[in-house]
Design a protein around this ligand. Structure first.
Ligand SMILES: [Zn+2]
Length: 244
């Protein structure tokens, strides 16, 4: 049995923990293992059985948090709103992503990954003014916080959801200047080695036409260390061509 398994044999009372502002500090060992250090850790596994076990433990942990996401989404005070969006610029760029998850995966799972990966990172910093306070994304919809980094999420059947208002900065591409001036569109699918569905592509095309932008870029064109939105996006016959 690995150390990671011990960490995820969580002894916490999950029905209570998310009512406390400091829930993320109590869960920090698991958050570090399964989210912040995850990509470094998966490279170190030599044994495929252990790697698979670790992956399953990760899914289990993120699912546990996602099942309690509603408490975290409701726990904030309205006067904190807009603190992260003062640098929003006119929109001149669309950035395309994929969720790299199975299309059937509950969107709460994706939102939880963004919560743990992006927002918790700021709030666990002991130097930061936010340390120990209730997590606040600055992004509110229908009196609930939103933790999605993407403005739109498109499903394989061509339907979509706007998950972030245009006026909010999505923390999606690892480049603050681009984040401030872009709209992020995510295909909810694993497109690492396959094409999006025709219906999803058509929806993306229509959404993009609502904006008057000079750039349509894949995440990987801004941040070369990622392959997002997959290996078939670029090139003369890449699916990017369909969106231009
Ligand atoms: Zn991406």
């Amino acid at each position: 049995m690995t150390d990671q398994t011990h960490i995820c044999s969580v002894q916490y009372d999950f029905s209570q923990i998310f009512l406390h502002p400091q829930w993320y500090i109590e869960l920090l060992p698991a958050i570090k293992t399964f989210v912040h250090d995850y990509h470094n850790k998966v490279h170190k596994f030599k044994d495929t059985t252990e790697l698979e076990l670790f992956r399953q433990e990760r899914i289990k942990f993120i699912t546990l948090v996602s099942e309690n996401l509603q408490y975290i989404k409701q726990n904030f005070t309205a006067e904190q709103e807009y603190i992260f969006d003062t640098e929003r610029k006119p929109i001149d760029t669309i950035v395309i992503h994929h969720s790299s998850l199975p299309p059937t995966m509950d969107l709460r799972y994706l939102e939880t990954i963004h919560l743990l990966n992006l927002y918790v990172r700021d709030f666990i910093n002991q130097e930061s003014q936010y340390y120990g306070r209730s997590i606040f994304s600055g992004h509110v919809d229908k009196k609930m916080q939103t933790f999605f980094a993407y403005h739109y999420i498109i499903f394989t059947d061509g339907t979509y959801r706007q998950t972030l208002k245009d006026k909010y900065i999505g923390w999606h591409c690892g480049n603050w200047d681009y984040n401030c001036s872009s709209i992020a569109i995510c295909f909810h699918d694993d497109l690492e080695n396959k094409l999006p569905t025709q219906k999803a592509l058509h929806t993306a095309y229509k959404i993009i036409r609502k904006y008057n932008v000079k750039n349509i870029l894949g995440h990987r064109e801004i941040k070369p260390s990622t392959t997002c939105p997959g290996s078939k996006f670029l090139g003369t016959d890449g699916w990017k061509q369909y969106l231009l």
